[in-house]
Design a protein around this ligand. Sequence first.
Ligand code: COA
Length: 265
Amino acid sequence: MNFETLLFEIENGTALITINRPDKLNALNKNVFTDLDDAMTEVLNNNEIKSAIITGAGAKAFVAGADITEFGGLDLAEAMALSKRGQDVFFKIENSPKPIVAAVNGFALGGGCELAMACHFRLCSENAKFGQPEVNLGLIPGYGGTQRLTQLVGKGKSMELQMTAQIIDATEALKIGLVNHVTTAESLLERTKDILQTIQSKAPIAISKIIECINVAVVSDSAYTNGKSGYDKEIEAFSQCFITDDMKEGTTAFLEKRKAVFTGK
Ligand code: COA
């Protein structure tokens, strides 16, 4: 697929989505959102794709934020539309039934940190830097950052990071649970791909149910939980796994002492 602002390639069932505006540190402008939205539609609809990685082009940045040049002169309604658009595209990532992992290869600031947090989990390189510096601009995060950073690192740390605009390094991000692994810059994509190959060897319906249930545990917006508690959701998802071919295959393979071969049915 061809995009103006993204590179998109598929290898071993994993789509590699690279935000490609390195001269602007991959800042998220309107075109990036259009392309990300379309790329996610492709990830969801293309049966060849089992998982995806989101990363940034160049050695310096994952994404250095929303494109600040597009902020000038917005009125209240336009600012609301900008925030809603960002949130909607990021919900599409978060609610994807196929795993989406961020490989953070440099600055992940503002909207970049929010994009990484919308992914199911994150790896980063040693040179990565994270932060929500919006207060420096007289702003707050608008693409879900106030909610997701709090879910990931807890209320006190989230408050401090967002109120001080502090930029943290990879070691600190690992310590507070913002990322799962820190790698060298050279090995970041390979390590991320390896983890996704492990996930791709499991039953896809079970993986999608794990994503649904965990999202209900952390997403407070009732529009996304349909009023169900996480425990109710788990009963529903657990029982639905029981009527899949993959559950029969997984349990039979265990009893027959062989490796399960899942079909996604
Ligand atoms: N929006 C628009 N353009 C951005 C951008 C953003 N969020 N972040 C970086 N850029 C552009 C710069 O304007 C510059 O463009 P130019 O070469 O046409 O002047 C280019 O990307 C390179 O950035 P530069 O600032 O020169 O790099 P640096 O190494 O000196 O600093 C950062 C790197 C990340 C510290 C700095 O770019 C920065 O603070 N960016 C904004 C971060 C931010 O506030 N994000 C939240 C936005 S809500």
